[in-house]
Design a protein around this ligand. Structure first.
Ligand SMILES: C[S@@+](CC[C@H](N)C(=O)[O-])C[C@H]1O[C@@H](n2cnc3c(N)ncnc32)[C@H](O)[C@@H]1O
Length: 256
C-alpha cells in the first residue's frame, strides 16, 4: 500500500509526470518488440566473450588494480546498503567501467542510470586515481516506490568523491539536453537507464555532438531489444559483447 501511495505522490512532483507518462507510453508502444527477445538473446550469446580476457589483453596490470579497487568498492557498498535495508537493485558491470575510465585516462564520463550508484562510485574512484580532474555527469530518475527517493540516488557514492560529480535526477529526457550543454567531447558513455529502444536512441541523438570517433560507448542490457545491433550496423562500428550475470553489455570503441 505504501508503495502505491509513494508512486502516486512522487509522480505528481515537478517534472516527474511527463517522464512517467513517456515511460508508460514506450512500454506499451514497444510491446511488439518482446517477440524478438529470443532472437536478440541468441545474437548476443553467439558473440559474447570474456570481459576479463579483453581487459587483460589491453593492460593486465591495470586489470589487477581494477579487481582490487572493485573488491573494496563492493565491501564498502555492501556495508552501507546493509544499514539502509532497502532493495535499490544491483550494479552494472562496474569493474569494466573502472578499468576503461583508467585505461582511457578519461576526463569526461557520462552515464545514464545511477540507482544505488555502483557504476558512479567505480567511475569516480577511477577518475580520482587518474588525477586529471576528470568529471562524471550522471542522469537518473529516482525509484518512486520509496518515500523521498531523491535521497537514495547514488547512496553508495563516497562524500569525498562528489566534487567531481554532476548528478541530474529529472529523467533522461530532461537531463540529457542539459548535460550535453555542459560537456565537451565525451570520452566514455555508459547507458544503463530506460531500457526501451526509443530511450536508447534518444540518448544517442541528444549526445551526438559530444560523441566523437574516439568516444567509447557502452550499453547495458543489450539483450532487451535489437537497438545495439542496429546502432553498430548502421554506423559500421567495431564492437564487443560481454556476458555479465546472465545479461549482456555492448561496447564500441575505436581501438577494437
Ligand atoms: C539498473 S539501474 C542503474 C544501475 C547503476 N548503473 C549501477 O551500476 O549501480 C537503472 C536506473 O535508471 C533509472 N531510470 C529508469 N528510467 C529512466 C529515465 N527515463 N531517465 C533516467 N533514469 C531512468 C532507474 O530509476 C534506475 O535508477
Amino acid at each position: 500500500m505504501h508503495k502505491i501511495f509513494n508512486i502516486a505522490k512522487n509522480s505528481f512532483k515537478r517534472k516527474n509526470i511527463g517522464v512517467m507518462l513517456s515511460k508508460v507510453f514506450l512500454r506499451i508502444k514497444e510491446r511488439s518488440l518482446n517477440k524478438q527477445k529470443t532472437d536478440v538473446m541468441a545474437w548476443c550469446n553467439a558473440q559474447a566473450e570474456s570481459y576479463e580476457d579483453f581487459a587483460k589483453s589491453l593492460n593486465e596490470t591495470l586489470w589487477t588494480e581494477t579487481q582490487d579497487a572493485c573488491e573494496e568498492i563492493k565491501k564498502e557498498a555492501d556495508k552501507k546498503l546493509a544499514v539502509l535495508d532497502m532493495d535499490l537493485g544491483g550494479g552494472g558491470n562496474y569493474p569494466v567501467l573502472y578499468f576503461l575510465t583508467r585505461h582511457l585516462s578519461a576526463k569526461t564520463v557520462v552515464e545514464t542510470g545511477v540507482a544505488a550508484g555502483w557504476s558512479s562510485q567505480a567511475i569516480l574512484s577511477a577518475l580520482k586515481k587518474n588525477k586529471n580532474e576528470g568529471q562524471l555527469y550522471s542522469s537518473d530518475f529516482p525509484y518512486f516506490r520509496y518515500a523521498n527517493p531523491e535521497k537514495l540516488v547514488g547512496y553508495v557514492v563516497d562524500e569525498d568523491l562528489k566534487n567531481n560529480w554532476h548528478l541530474f535526477i529529472d529523467g533522461d529526457q530532461n537531463n540529457l539536453p542539459e548535460i550535453s550543454q555542459k560537456t565537451g567531447t565525451i570520452d566514455l558513455f555508459h547507458y544503463d537507464s530506460d531500457k526501451s529502444y526509443n530511450g536508447r536512441e534518444y540518448a544517442l541523438q541528444t549526445l551526438e555532438p559530444q560523441l566523437k570517433k574516439d568516444s567509447v560507448v557502452i550499453f547495458d542490457d543489450i539483450q532487451d531489444n535489437f537497438h545495439f545491433k542496429d546502432y553498430v550496423e548502421r554506423n559500421k562500428l567495431k564492437y564487443k559483447i560481454f556476458e555479465f550475470e546472465g545479461k549482456y553489455i555492448g561496447l564500441t570503441a575505436p581501438f577494437l
